[in-house]
Design a protein around this ligand. Structure first.
Ligand SMILES: [Zn+2]
Length: 565
């Protein structure tokens, strides 16, 4: 009977047809089979029909799929990978903040002065000026001052956000227009606050959204401005190898308008990549889980996919808002303040589990990471095991907590391009200890422990290196140095990954975090044809050149969405 069935199936299976085939490629399937170092099976040919992969194998096999009208792509031995998926970024706000003046690259006082002059030259008239990306290491622990902006911009209203996105730098005119004085209360003292002088006068730096309402009032970008900036950015994203991303902070300028904008682009056929999205948690009285379910029902489609509830367990060490396991080295008896109570975390995780959606929790300090793992452990103990929640960033995770990610099925989400000895290393080291900084980003141990590791850039936010480019992440994961900087010492070289491990974090790792590993994340029959063809074989080139790689051809659902000339 078995034999008969097998024969019948063989006889009934017609030879595969394809609307698109790729031949003469060097395809790393990233399917988890074959030698791990090789990135899964290596094949030469691929057949695609109706947006799905139907076969992968030799060039001869792929040629057999060709019919009249089939598009044949001769890869000329180029590397083909599954499309790269950024597991945590902010594409809409990133696009809008892309003024063309790179404050993040202004990493010396001289370069910062030049960038401020460039911003002034690019901002004629008398209207408000907004930019982004100042580096924390250029200033003391209380941040930059309004006086320094006034010296360049006079009485203009100016806001420049820090590279990490957790602090804002205002001019005196902006503070005045916003009504910020010594009498202004801090929203959450020690956690969301204004830096002040000895007399209590705000000096110009706001931490963790203390300025949120004022910023909305003074700078009101329209949804159209977000849309225009996003559409300018999209070709560059596709050229960098991205076929999908998870947006951990939907804003255009608010959540509802961001969803309307993206759904409109998808309906018009002008959204070229997959956009996994989130809902924000607006305090204990909010119901972000219910909102996510409603958005899924309303907008969930092929490309735009409402996926996870975003939570914040703490802030960032630069602002002393990360929740640490030991005191800040420069503040006695202070470890930072958790942003959520255990009860609040439990309520969100329980509701998310019951609704069948994951939470995605920002946690940078070791105590914040532990608090989230403890909350997930309580949910697991209560029998809530359906979701693969993610801890985002988890920079300063304690060694004792590393094995808990695999045990609790929590995805380790990391912006690995921060794992370098850049200027932020010494700057943040002064606050949390250089030993803690050196031990950060233990991605190799996490992978060895069985955890699923994903990579996402957090663009435009960064400790130092602000980028959306996944190949920059792969280079830094392998070298533990700034891109191209062989001359620098590596940061904790024991945690360096192989190229295959780094690619896997941006393919399978992201797909698993987003719950779509059965349709994305590797090149296998039945999966969606999201793939990139790179201009070099990153498995074979000098690792210090991987970040320079570009996509020659980017495909989503079997459709070419980017092609180099
Ligand atoms: Zn983020």
């Amino acid at each position: 009977m078995l034999k008969f069935l097998g024969l019948a199936m063989l006889a009934a299976t017609p030879a595969l047809a394809a609307d698109t085939v790729i031949i003469n490629a060097r395809i790393h399937s990233m399917d988890g089979r074959g030698a791990a170092a090789a990135g899964g099976r290596v094949a030469q040919g691929l057949c695609i029909e109706n947006g799905r992969i139907t076969a992968i194998g030799s060039t001869a096999m792929a040629r057999a799929c060709i019919r009249p009208g089939t598009r044949v792509i001769d890869a000329q031995r180029r590397l083909v990978l599954p499309g790269l998926i950024d597991s945590h970024m902010h594409a809409l706000s990133g696009s809008l903040a892309d003024t063309g003046i790179d404050f993040a690259a202004a990493d010396t006082p001289e370069k910062l002065a030049a960038a401020l002059q460039a911003l002034k030259a690019a901002s004629p008239g008398s209207g408000p000026i907004q930019a982004r990306g100042w580096q924390n290491h250029l200033f003391g622990p209380t941040g930059p001052t309004a006086a320094a902006l006034d010296a360049v911009f006079g009485d203009r209203i100016v806001l420049i956000e820090s590279v990490d996105g957790h602090s804002s730098w205002y001019s005196t005119a902006a503070l005045k227009a916003g009504g910020i004085t010594a009498a202004t209360p801090d929203p959450v003292p020690g956690s969301s606050f204004w830096e002040r002088d000895a007399a209590g006068h705000p000096t110009g730096t706001a931490r963790e959204g203390a300025d949120a309402a004022m910023a909305r009032r003074l700078f009101a970008p329209t949804t159209a401005a977000y849309a225009a900036a996003f559409r300018r950015w999209l070709p560059r994203a596709l050229e960098s190898g991205l076929t999908g991303l998870f947006d951990a902070g939907m804003a255009a300028p608010d959540e509802a308008s961001a969803y309307r904008l993206l759904a409109g682009l998808e309906a018009a056929g002008t959204l070229p990549l997959r956009y996994f999205s989130s809902t924000a948690n607006r305090g204990e009285a909010d119901d972000p889980v219910a909102r996510l379910l409603q958005l899924k029902a309303q907008y969930g489609g092929r490309l735009l996919r409402p996926t996870a509830v975003k939570l914040f367990a703490d802030g960032v060490p630069e602002g002393h808002t990360a929740f640490l396991l030991a005191d800040y080295r420069d503040k006695a008896d202070f470890r930072g303040v958790p942003m959520m109570t255990d009860a609040h975390l439990d309520a969100r995780i329980t509701a998310a589990e019951r609704a069948g959606v994951p939470v995605h929790v920002h946690a940078i300090g070791g105590a914040a990471v532990r608090q989230v793992l403890d909350a997930v452990a309580r949910a697991r103990f209560a029998g809530l095991n359906g979701q693969r929640h993610a801890i985002a960033h988890m920079d300063l995770v304690d060694a004792a907590d590393v094995p808990r990610f695999a045990k609790l099925n929590v995805v380790a989400q990391t912006s690995i391009q921060w794992a370098t000895r850049d200027p932020s290393y010494d700057n943040i080291g002064r606050f949390v200890g250089t030993d803690v900084m050196e031990a950060a980003y233990p991605v190799k141990r996490l992978i060895a422990s069985g955890a699923v590791q994903s990579f996402g850039t957090d663009w435009p936010a960064a400790a130092y290196l602000s980028t959306w480019k996944p190949l920059t992440q792969i280079e830094v994961a392998v070298t533990r140095r700034l891109p191209g900087r062989r001359d620098l010492p590596a940061r904790n070289a024991a945690e360096a990954l192989s190229v295959a491990q780094a690619v896997r974090a941006l393919t399978f790792g992201s797909a698993y975090q987003l719950g779509v590993e059965r349709e994305l994340g590797s090149l296998e029959p039945g999966k969606r044809a999201d793939l990139v063809m790179l201009d070099r074989d990153i498995f074979r080139v000098d690792p210090f050149t991987i970040a320079q790689a570009r996509s020659l051809l980017t495909m989503v659902d079997g459709r070419v969405v980017w092609q180099a000339r």
